[in-house]
Design a protein around this ligand. Sequence first.
Ligand SMILES: NC(=O)c1ccc[n+]([C@@H]2O[C@H](COP(=O)([O-])OP(=O)(O)OC[C@H]3O[C@@H](n4cnc5c(N)ncnc54)[C@H](OP(=O)(O)O)[C@@H]3O)[C@@H](O)[C@H]2O)c1
Length: 296
Amino acid sequence: MSIVILGKNGQVGSALQHSFVSTDVVALDRSQFDITSKLAVQQLFTQYSPQIIINATAYTAVDKAENEIDLANLVNREGVAMLADACAANKVLLVHYSTDYVFDGEKEGFYSELDLVNPQSVYGSSKWLGEEAVRASGCDYLIFRTSWVYSLTGNNFPKAIMKKLLQGQELRVVDDQFGAPTSADLIAAVTFKCVQKLRDDINLCGLYNLTAKGVVSWFGFAQQMIQVLQAEGQAQDWMGLIEAVSSNDYKSIAVRPKNSCLSLSKIEQKFGLEMPLWQKDVEIFMKEFKEQRDAT
Ligand SMILES: NC(=O)c1ccc[n+]([C@@H]2O[C@H](COP(=O)([O-])OP(=O)(O)OC[C@H]3O[C@@H](n4cnc5c(N)ncnc54)[C@H](OP(=O)(O)O)[C@@H]3O)[C@@H](O)[C@H]2O)c1
């Protein structure tokens, strides 16, 4: 089984390399494979003869995208379309990732895979168009919609919080956007399990929500991290460092959904999985973050 992972230096791309170890796997970074290059897409198939391609590349700079519309669409829509069309022509399974930002966040309750999308940002729209391109290509695919991704790689919310807290800096954190923090390790581990199952049953192809279980605001997320620090016996007044603010008081360039909660019923039922609560992976992340910091 020949598997190619694209975007190997990203959060999910890095984690995928730990989950897909025992198989015939090649992982490529942007210098080895640029998804916006037609030639690179063609060469991918002649050079590696893959049976499965896992696309972890993406333009993910949500605020910057509002001013880089063409680039966001080039990577997230046109590049994905070229890749998906080539997967269809070569009968290759495409695994692709999308986002909660395809929704406007106005729904009460969890979004299922059947809910209508209404992206409010350039990034969200470009990712939705990428999804549509995969579906239109006719290739066999798994699309995983995920949310609030973090890992030791890259820039993300819990890394920023850890850095600031450990430096004793005060923080303002949004308390009216809700979702499920999801570790890149979880995404990679679940991707591996789903790909294995799909080998026995190609009918499992399709769109799935893939996040950790549970719901929290960004502020609640930061509070949980503080509780973990306090449980370790650290005496500082961490809670005094964070202030809850509304989205209106914490202006960002791109609009973010207030409700990013994705229903996990489909992935759990179809693949026989039980997704873990988000708190579990956050604790692991914090432990690893401190180990990495102490080692440098
Ligand atoms: N991060 C989140 O909170 C979040 C939430 C929901 C969904 N998602 C989705 O989850 C997936 C993985 O996200 P992530 O957090 O792992 O993203 P990431 O850390 O930003 O990684 C994206 C990777 O794509 C690469 N890339 C960008 N443009 C490229 C191009 N033209 N050709 C080839 N590679 C290119 C980047 O290369 P460089 O390393 O060279 O920059 C980077 O390694 C994406 O589909 C994203 O939309 C993410």
